[in-house]
Design a protein around this ligand. Structure first.
Ligand code: ADP
Ligand code: ZN
Ligand code: ZN
Length: 716
């Protein structure tokens, strides 16, 4: 019998099986097999009789599933994905399983855990000291709660200690989806554009891809909810994908509140067991809706009806290491395989999606105006050439912030650079603090006390004297969110100044807490792109964008698209309520075409121009790319490996260029090189890779490097 294992090897391995393991379908079942001097959890890919009996074969140690652990559709599509990514099937299958199953764990009985207040808990409730314990007891006093209830998120430790005291009890019940649920109606009637979009999705028979292109605040979520409601009412399940930072307990609650039924979440912040429970609920048909991040794209669906991708342009749908799949693209493959409609929503659709819509491969749905009372913000370019800046802010801008605060509004200052300052430099000799393991400057943190590399995580104390000239002339150069926060807190000491970035907002719900702290009172939010999404800020009057200049000049052909999307997303935070919002882009390049196109024509004018440039340059979506990366402690082995790889290509329809150093050649102590492979003909590209990749695995140079192949790379 043939088995694939989660190891970087393309081939399957033959094992024999003992008659005691029983008959029945083996393909798609997990098996435990001896492998070298260890044991691995692999997946059988054939039936025993298809392999000639051979006394030399090692027997498998255990059969872990009586029935295939993959649905027929996932089995077929994961096979396709492995071929498309040119990755070992064993690794792809392992990636697609929840951690517990990947590690050989059992599929537990399908129960759901509930928590109830016990009698002694009801008595003790009045005299409990701990705030957290009190809160949980109060919640349970109002009625039992499922352990997956968002209200109990982060309460695992508290529940454990309350259980230890006997104040609460745990009840396991068989998991069942509510019979045809009593779906709550939406809070308001959809407007004409929303209704047209929802009707179009409703009318889809089988597979159809929809691009829901709607400005921020146009009510895309209401359209998803209408389509999901319809899907559930016809007895089917919906799978909703959201970006990494988009899935908060608040999102789950919004969906649950609207639909009036439990929604099962799936993301990396959950325990392995909780993720397995969601997987099981979906696989058995015991949930109507699964809402998850990237890896939820592998969710098995017993009664598939609809797939939704929110913020479809978001780069977090692409996995950047290991199995480098793109959940957006694989969701399309699955929708086709499942024969269900798929809705991709965005205020700033990616070039690939717009191109597909213009070719008629996607049905284009447009929401052109904001729903409700909100008005689009006014966007202005502020020329700061020859102006004195304080912490990166011009006088004029500081004045406008004062004005907005005095009028009772809130202000958002966006700077996509965390830390205190990007560089620590010597005024006297020009020395600057560089990371020893990367080609990059170290970022100054802690008001100048610490240095940290944002690429490899290295961190050390900042020197007090210049290591080069010994003078006490070291100065942080440039602005990070920490420094801007310090300046603003000092300058506007009458209002709260809250910083939101990865440094200040580690936990998923921290952002919501920050927003709650601010409330409706005048105040300032400073932060990185984490601020581009998040709660509605009805009092937001002004958005100031700092430091866009460095993003305007990048070598990555996708940089313009990303800057445009980020600017539109950040700007979209303004004007979501009665206050007409204003957005100010501070720049030293007021004539930059990207900024002007965006400000004058909006995202679509930018996208048209950008697609024209991409076509002329032969970049995606007008060509298909792959990137072969290699790295080692020295630059020579990666170069030799890639040069040898390059010589293997001989199809004139496939262009190969390189090897060239990666944009940051040295990172975390490794010298990195890359080879670009592209073709206008997707089939030709993949045929070439089909022929070459097995040779790469076998190549002697490959043993001296770490290498990876990235299909449709998004970071060059
Ligand atoms: P998007 O997902 O496009 O950013 P949302 O679905 O979050 O937009 O809607 C933005 C705001 O507009 C929300 O507060 C929502 O409740 C409100 N809204 C959406 N549709 C309508 C409608 N038809 N009538 C009134 N308000 C609406
Ligand atoms: Zn010096
Ligand atoms: Zn580093």
């Amino acid at each position: 019998m043939q088995v694939v294992v989660p190891r970087p090897m393309l081939q399957a391995f033959d094992y024999s099986i003992d008659a005691s393991f029983g008959n029945g379908p083996w393909a798609g079942c997990r098996v435990r097999v001896p492998f070298g001097n260890t044991q691995l959890v692999g997946v059988a890919i054939s039936e025993p009789e298809e392999t000639a009996a051979d006394a030399m074969l090692k027997p498998i140690d255990a059969r872990l599933d009586a029935e295939p652990v993959f649905t027929p559709e996932l089995w077929a599509n994961l096979g396709w994905l492995a071929r498309y990514l040119h990755m070992p099937l064993g690794e792809v299958l392992a990636t697609a399983l929840p951690t517990v199953l990947r590690n050989g764990g059992e599929i537990p009985p399908q129960t759901e855990t509930f928590w109830q207040l016990s009698e002694s808990g009801a008595t003790a409730r009045g005299n409990v000291r701990g705030a957290k314990q009190k809160q949980v007891l109060e919640l349970l006093a109002a009625g039992e709660l499922a352990s997956r209830d968002p209200a109990l998120e982060d309460s695992t430790a508290t529940l454990r200690s309350l259980l230890g005291k006997g104040w609460i009890a745990r009840v396991e019940r068989p998991l069942t989806a509510p019979a045809l649920p009593d779906l709550a109606e939406g809070a308001f009637a959809l407007n004409d554009e929303q209704a047209a979009a929802a009707d179009a999705i409703k009318a889809a028979e089988g597979f159809q891809a929809f691009l829901l292109d709607g400005v921020t605040g146009s009510g895309k979520t209401e359209v998803y909810l209408a389509a999901i409601r319809d899907c559930i009412l016809s007895g089917k399940q919906a799978l909703v994908l959201v970006p990494e930072i988009g899935l908060t307990p608040q999102t789950v609650r919004r969906f649950e509140k609207h639909l009036g039924i439990p929604v099962h979440a799936f993301h990396s912040g959950m325990t392995d067991l909780a993720r397995l429970q969601t997987w099981q609920a979906a696989n058995s048909g015991n949930t109507h809706v699964v809402l998850g991040t990237r890896s939820a794209v592998f969710m098995p669906l017993a009664r598939p009806g609809l797939i939704v991708i929110d913020e479809a342009h978001d780069s977090s749908y692409k996995q950047l290491d290991g199995i480098r799949y793109n959940a957006h693209d694989f969701a399309l493959v699955r929708a086709r395989g499942l024969n269900v409609p798929i809705v991709m929503g965005s205020a700033t659709p990616g070039m690939e999606d717009l191109h597909a819509a213009s070719q008629g491969r996607f049905t284009y749905l447009r929401l052109s105006k904001r729903a409700g009372v909100a008005k689009p913000p006014r966007v202005r370019i502020m020329d700061v050439r020859k102006q004195a800046l304080e912490a990166g802010l011009s006088r004029d801008l500081i004045g406008r912030i004062r004005g907005a605060l005095d009028a009772g509004g809130q202000v958002l200052v966006f700077r996509n650079r965390r830390g205190y300052a990007p560089v620590l430099m010597c005024r006297d000799c020009g020395w600057s603090a560089q990371c020893q393991r990367c080609d990059a400057a170290m970022t100054v943190h802690g008001h100048g006390r610490r240095l940290q590399c944002h690429h490899c995580g290295a961190s050390r104390a900042a020197p007090t004297a210049c290591p080069n000239c010994n003078n006490l002339a070291l100065e942080p150069q440039g602005q990070g969110t920490e420094r801007i926060e310090t300046f603003l807190a000092d300058h506007f000491d009458d209002v709260p100044v809250i910083r939101i970035d990865r440094g200040s907002t580690q936990r998923k719900d921290a952002m919501a807490r920050h927003f709650e702290t601010l409330g409706d009172a005048p105040g300032i939010l400073v932060g990185t792109q984490m601020l581009a999404k998040g709660h509605d800020l009805p009092k937001l009057a002004l958005v100031a964008v700092l430091g866009i200049d460095e993003a305007l000049f990048s070598t990555d052909f996708r940089a313009s698209e990303r800057v445009a999307q980020l600017l539109i997303q950040v700007a979209g935070r303004a004007g979501r309520a009665e206050i007409p919002g204003e957005v100010i882009l501070q720049t030293h390049h007021p004539d930059h075409p990207l900024l002007n196109t965006l400000v004058d024509g909006g995202y679509h004018a930018f996208a048209d121009a950008e697609l024209g440039l991409r076509e002329a340059a032969g970049f995606p979506p007008f060509a298909h790319m792959a990137l072969l990366r290699a790295e080692a402690k020295q630059a020579e082995p990666p170069r030799a490996f890639l040069q040898a790889a390059r010589r293997l290509f001989d199809d004139p329809r496939v262009e190969v260029s390189g090897p060239v150093p990666a944009p940051m050649q040295k990172r975390a102590g490794f010298e990195r090189m890359q080879l670009f492979i592209s073709s206008k003909d997707r089939k030709a590209l993949h045929a070439a890779l089909d022929a070459i990749v097995p040779q790469l695995y076998a190549s002697p140079q490959a043993r001296k490097v770490r290498w990876s192949l990235d299909i449709d790379p998004i970071d060059l």
